[in-house]
Design a protein around this ligand. Structure first.
Ligand code: PEP
Ligand code: MN
Length: 290
């Protein structure tokens, strides 16, 4: 462990990485997150209708995604925005899993919804706004499903690891960390993608780390480029918003990729993934990075 961070994070002993300790792999059916495969989770910001979710699921599965995302319970910045379809939305996601074989990741916002979301979801998403909802995290300790923990918009990496520690201490070892951009003074992007967060988290913690380039960018055109950056810095996967008609999306249309854009992004990532695998192999032969 780099001395710079050793003292700062070693108090989070359940999620901190020891020098020779193994990395943890979160298993979801036959999908191993944090292993050799780069796992892409994709789908709409919010579940809006059966047709929208099924069409998206079929398309992203064909392009190589392994997990379908889609919010049935939506934390919105305005109380007047679309709040999600609730249980109806969860049923639509389950139908898409049946049709495509994709696993499901969906957000849980409240302790009272944990049981119903766990009944339908394969991975429980904790959103940026809930990262410090400690009673929700404690309850998720015994939900029996892996948790995708998103970094809060104003959370330091220490804050993120503190929440991860609470999840594990509450009984759930299957935690996936997600960098989704943080709030800074910059306004050109919706959030600022903290690219260094990925290698720092992978150095100080044994947990898998994925990147959400959609909420980091806030605009479609930057999503594939930030996804490339995520590959290069060693992320274990992506969480990407995709919509059949982004201009008509009930939420986050501006940052949602069309099916064609998602196909192009997946094809674009291939050479970067091959290069990364070759570089890691060469590095291991040379005895690893200092
Ligand atoms: C989402 O994934 O749609 C979402 C609400 O993300 P975040 O919690 O990162 O804002
Ligand atoms: Mn969204």
């Amino acid at each position: 462990m780099n001395k710079r961070w050793n003292g700062q994070y070693s108090c989070f002993d359940l999620v901190a990485r020891s020098d020779d300790g193994p990395r943890s792999v979160v298993q979801v059916g036959d999908i191993a997150i944090g292993g050799d495969e780069f796992v892409v989770m994709a789908g709409p910001c919010a579940v809006e209708s059966e047709g929208q979710v099924l069409d998206t699921a079929v398309s992203v599965a064909r392009a190589g995604a392994r997990i379908l995302r889609g919010g049935a319970y939506k934390p919105r910045s305005s109380p007047y925005s679309f709040q999600g379809m609730g249980v109806e939305g969860l049923k639509i996601l389950a139908k898409a899993r049946e049709v495509t074989g994709l696993a499901i990741v969906t957000e849980v916002m409240s302790e009272t919804d944990v049981d119903v979301v766990a009944e339908y979801a394969d991975i429980m998403q904790v959103g940026a706004r809930s990262m410090e909802n400690y009673s929700l995290l404690e309850r998720l300790g015994t939900c029996g499903r892996p948790v995708l923990l998103k970094r809060g918009m104003t959370a330091t990496l220490e804050d993120l690891l503190c929440s991860a520690q609470l999840l594990v201490a509450s009984g759930n070892p299957d935690v996936i960390l997600c960098e989704r951009g943080i709030r800074t003074f910059e306004t050109a992007t919706r959030n600022t993608f903290d690219v260094a967060a990925v290698p720092v988290l992978k150095t100080v913690s044994h947990l898998p780390v994925i990147v959400d380039p959609s909420h980091a960018a806030g605009v479609q055109m930057l999503v594939p480029i930030l996804a490339r950056a995520a590959v290069v810095v060693g992320a274990d996967g992506l969480l990407v918003e995709v919509h059949p008609q982004p201009e008509k999306a009930a939420s986050d249309g501006e940052q949602s990729l069309t099916f064609e854009q998602f196909d192009a992004m997946m094809a674009d990532l291939d050479p970067y993934l091959s290069l990364r695998a070759a570089a890691e192999k060469a590095c291991a032969v040379a005895g690893g990075l200092a």
